[in-house]
Write a protein that binds this ligand. Structure first.
Ligand code: ADP
Ligand code: MG
Length: 315
């Protein structure tokens, strides 16, 4: 993603993706601590293994509340609030994600009546959360929460907090394309590639230069399958139960925190280009959210560049 000579690179394959840490000094012990923390967070938040905290919540669906560790509770609280906003982001999307299996073996278009039958199980209002007990209750049998759209951003923020507590002031953490950077005052910052849709990670539309904050992309080319000429990707429309279909190939959000980048890349993708631009004009200043839209005809649209600078790749 970012290549500045003289930086120290550490990487590992985790969560089915490449995790990369860049530091300004050779600090292998610190890097090991970072990867250990990511592993710990993954063990809490994954839905791809039966033993995570999130899966214990899902197993309790329709039966009983489940007490979860405080970081899981606060992440799910935020995600549930966002799910009430009427946008595309929905924490309770789990039953549809599991049925579609997009990006996993066995993906196929489910029968329409199966999708219709799952929709009532994705109502975020049926998630009951008790802050005093720190517990979560999915009130209908068959419900499940899915943190796939936000877990990596949440982790990137936690890793940044950890690095800053260790007095690290120059670093980049890349969790499979969810990136956060920190730079000391006066440093030139980091360059983060904006990937060309449907091409390899080395093929870039351009680069984003920033010194602090996060870069997160939601795109239709991350995980998908093609059936009878139709392209089915992994961001689902909670209203229809089918993959979202609009004028965009991707939305990249630049924001101070990666969790916001995750939430708003999904929300803005769901809004489409026109409504997304309107939303940014009305709200983004206050929340520090900026975005880069890539349309189906590969046009790159950048409504503002307050905290970053975009340079198109030379062709
Ligand atoms: P990536 O893993 O490619 O970075 P995203 O952050 O865009 O993906 O999130 C996609 C994942 O989010 C899906 O694989 C699924 O687990 C989950 N998901 C799909 N649709 C929604 C939705 N409408 N709201 C919340 N999460 C979703
Ligand atoms: Mg996301």
């Amino acid at each position: 993603m970012s290549e500045i000579p003289g930086r120290y690179h550490y990487s590992a394959v985790m969560m089915g993706t490449r995790v990369e840490l860049q530091l300004a000094a050779h600090q292998p012990a610190l890097a090991r601590q970072v990867f250990r923390q990511i592993k710990w967070l993954e063990d809490l938040l994954t839905v791809n293994r039966p033993d995570s905290a999130l899966m214990s919540v899902n197993r309790g669906a329709g039966a009983h509340p489940v007490v979860v560790p405080p970081p899981v509770f606060s992440l799910l609280w935020r995600a549930r609030e966002v799910s009430f906003s009427g946008g595309c982001f929905n924490l309770a999307i789990g039953p549809l994600v599991r049925r579609w299996k997009i990006g996993f073996s066995g993906d196929a278009v489910p029968p329409a009546e199966e999708i219709a039958a799952l929709l009532p199980l994705t109502d975020p209002h049926a998630i009951r959360m008790d802050p005093e007990a720190g517990s979560i209750f999915l009130t209908r049998p068959g419900m499940s929460v899915d943190a796939g759209a936000i877990a990596k951003g949440y982790m990137a923020d936690r890793i940044c907090d950890f690095l800053q507590a260790q007095a690290v002031d120059h670093a980049l953490i890349n969790l499979g394309g969810n990136i956060r950077v920190i730079s000391p005052p006066g440093a030139e910052g980091w360059s983060v590639g904006l990937q060309q849709p449907f091409a390899g990670p080395e093929s870039l539309l351009g680069s984003i230069r920033l010194s602090q904050g996060s870069v997160v992309t939601s795109g239709v080319y991350e995980r998908y399958f093609v059936h009878q000429g139709h392209h089915y990707h992994h961001i689902l429309d909670p209203r229809s139960g089918y993959p979202l279909d609009n004028d965009l190939l991707s939305v990249t959000v630049i924001s101070p925190h990666s969790i916001d980048g995750e939430i708003y890349s999904t929300q803005l993708y769901g809004m489409g280009l026109e409504k997304g631009c309107e939303w940014l004009a009305a709200h983004a200043g206050a929340e520090g959210i900026e975005a880069i839209f890539v349309t189906r005809d590969r046009e790159v649209i950048i409504p503002s560049q307050r905290q970053f600078c975009f340079r198109p790749a030379s062709r």
